[in-house]
Design a protein. Structure first.
Length: 98
């Protein structure tokens, strides 16, 4: 019984977390379909960043400790992302490197 409950909890958590590719859809308009653009001509090219660098940036935007010109805009974009979402998104972006 305990195993069944644990399995259901893990499965429901996994279903609630969005895939990195799905999450990236709203990023593509500024960063490019492959993360190849400087967003609004001001950001880093994100597909040149490592997964860890992307996680640091996204968590920093979320808590307000990271960023310059795009800080306010990005805070709004990442404010609802969970740690699992951030990890999935970072994994996806890191996987689309040239």
């Amino acid at each position: 019984m305990k195993t069944a409950i644990l399995t259901l909890m893990v499965a429901s958590t996994m279903m609630m977390a969005s895939s990195g590719a799905d999450l990236y859809n709203k990023c593509a308009s500024c960063h490019g379909s492959m993360g190849e653009k400087k967003a609004l001509g001001k950001s880093k090219v994100i597909n040149e960043m490592s997964k860890d660098e992307i996680i640091i940036a996204l968590k920093g935007y979320k808590d307000g400790s990271y960023g310059a010109a795009m800080k306010g805009l990005m805070k709004g974009q990442v404010s609802k992302l969970t740690d699992d979402d951030i990890s999935s998104l970072a994994s996806y972006i890191a996987s689309v490197k040239k």
